[in-house]
Write a new protein. Structure first.
Length: 245
């Protein structure tokens, strides 16, 4: 990927997605910022980027669970920028699904956000990524490897995204590299986390602290721009947390 690479970041308006977008923009990339409900945040981030470097960002709305969105989103990005060098599947859904209380709607929602959407986006983006000899980075989770209690469906969906990473790495080689980043304790859920739960989690993390979204963003940047002989890999950015799950 060159300095003028165009990268689409799904869920790129807030939280870790915004940190990834900001880090890639600082590295010289042009950003296609996807959002669903965070229009104001997306527009503010795009304006920030364009204030630094003219015509270096644009926003794109879409509900990834809708069948038409992946093709339409990739088409809109290509129409706006004329190329696509990188896809970061960051958009996600996360909430508990206790056994006995989980519905088919929960299953469909979590798999749509964490596995189905990324697959069809990657499929739609493949021709452009092949032409650019680009890369895909999927944001997975350490709980795809060892499940989080009470979150069966979420853990399964992220495990599917890990398998998607490995399968696409094989199917799209040698033209497109496909890797994943698995964060640990980076940001707490939007609903917060009780202090005792925070303390217990950090006590089991070898680095003994929460990570920073910029740690995830730097792993994404490396996989997109510098990891020229790396594909099919999951890079854990978890402070060693997976060792103690």
């Amino acid at each position: 990927m060159n300095q003028q690479s165009v990268v689409l970041v799904t869920g790129g308006a807030r939280r870790v997605g915004a940190a990834i977008a900001r880090h890639l923009h600082a590295a010289g990339c042009t950003l296609a910022i996807h959002y669903h409900r965070s229009a104001a945040d997306a527009e503010a981030l795009s304006a920030e980027f364009n204030g630094v470097r003219a015509d270096s960002a644009a926003t794109f709305a879409g509900a990834l669970e809708d069948d038409a969105t992946p093709e339409a989103l990739i088409g809109a990005v290509l129409s706006r920028f004329g190329r696509l060098d990188g896809l970061v599947n960051n958009a996600s859904a996360f909430y508990p699904t206790p056994i006995g209380q989980t519905t088919p709607a929960h299953w469909d929602d979590l798999f749509a956000a964490n596995a189905r959407g990324p697959f069809f986006l990657a499929q739609a983006a493949t021709p452009a990524l092949r032409e650019a000899r680009g890369a895909i980075v999927n944001i997975v989770d350490i709980y795809a490897e060892r499940p989080l209690g009470g979150h069966t469906v979420y853990s399964m969906a992220k495990a599917a995204l890990v398998m998607l990473t490995q399968a696409l790495a094989k199917d799209l080689a040698p033209d497109v590299r496909v890797n994943a980043v698995a964060p640990g304790a980076i940001l707490w859920p939007m609903s917060g986390k009780p202090d005792e739960a925070v303390d217990a989690l950090l006590a089991k993390t070898p680095m003994a602290r929460k990570g920073d979204p910029r740690d995830v963003a730097e792993a994404v940047r490396w996989l997109l721009k510098d990891a020229h002989y790396t594909t099919g890999q999951v890079i854990r950015v978890d402070g060693g947390r997976v060792l103690t799950i």
